[in-house]
Ligand binder design. Structure first.
Ligand code: ACO
Length: 157
């Protein structure tokens, strides 16, 4: 398995992986916008034939005086095809993205939303990577499920 930076020509493969894995799906313009605006922080895992089996899609959020928030990264979406799970791919994808957010953009933290029922992803974020729950966002998802808004400080990375 090879893990590398995502390129614009990976976006179709990333979108296909996303469609198989998650109910939160995005139009191609959204994928392209991320790849072209923040080309250093999204990564893919590919098999020996170059097929995308996992990805992390991330963006940067500017400093905001209104909310008082510092520059930070945000993970929009991460997923790994079912037959490639529990191999450590998601952990590696997240760590690469986090390192790039800190080194390229001087991000002070990384944020994400996750369904409160998503045990696998919460295990990855909280137990493996050290994220903490910042708040619960009620009815965040289209079907009415609450989201955990999670954060990890990047200040010592
Ligand atoms: N149950 C409990 N803990 C889990 C599970 C699980 N099924 N899967 C992973 N973890 C935790 C464990 O702590 C694991 O460490 P361990 O294997 O040493 O015990 C750790 O996460 C790292 O696991 P990885 O092998 O790196 O994770 P994987 O490559 O399997 O991908 C992912 C995890 C991305 C959550 C995968 O299950 C998936 O694609 N799920 C469907 C899509 C999804 O839910 N994506 C996240 C939505 S939220 C968002 O995108 C911001």
């Amino acid at each position: 398995m090879n893990i590398r930076l995502a390129r614009v020509d990976d976006m179709m493969g990333m979108q296909a992986t996303n469609l198989q894995n998650l109910p939160e799906n995005y139009v191609m313009k959204f994928w392209m916008y991320h790849a072209m605006t923040w080309p250093q922080i999204s990564f893919v895992a590919e098999d020996h034939k170059g097929r995308i089996v996992g990805y992390v899609l991330a963006k940067m959020c500017e400093e905001s005086q209104e909310s008082g928030e510092e520059v930070h990264g945000h993970v929009n979406s991460i997923s790994v095809l079912r037959s490639y799970r529990r191999l450590g791919l998601a952990k590696k994808l997240m760590l690469l993205s986090q390192e790039a957010m800190a080194s390229v953009y001087k991000a002070s933290f990384v944020s994400l939303h996750v369904r409160q029922s998503n045990k696998a992803a919460i295990g990855l974020y909280r137990d493996t990577l050290g994220f903490e729950v910042a708040q619960v966002e009620k009815k965040y998802y289209g079907d009415g499920e609450d989201a955990l808004s999670m954060r990890l400080s990047l200040k010592n990375s």
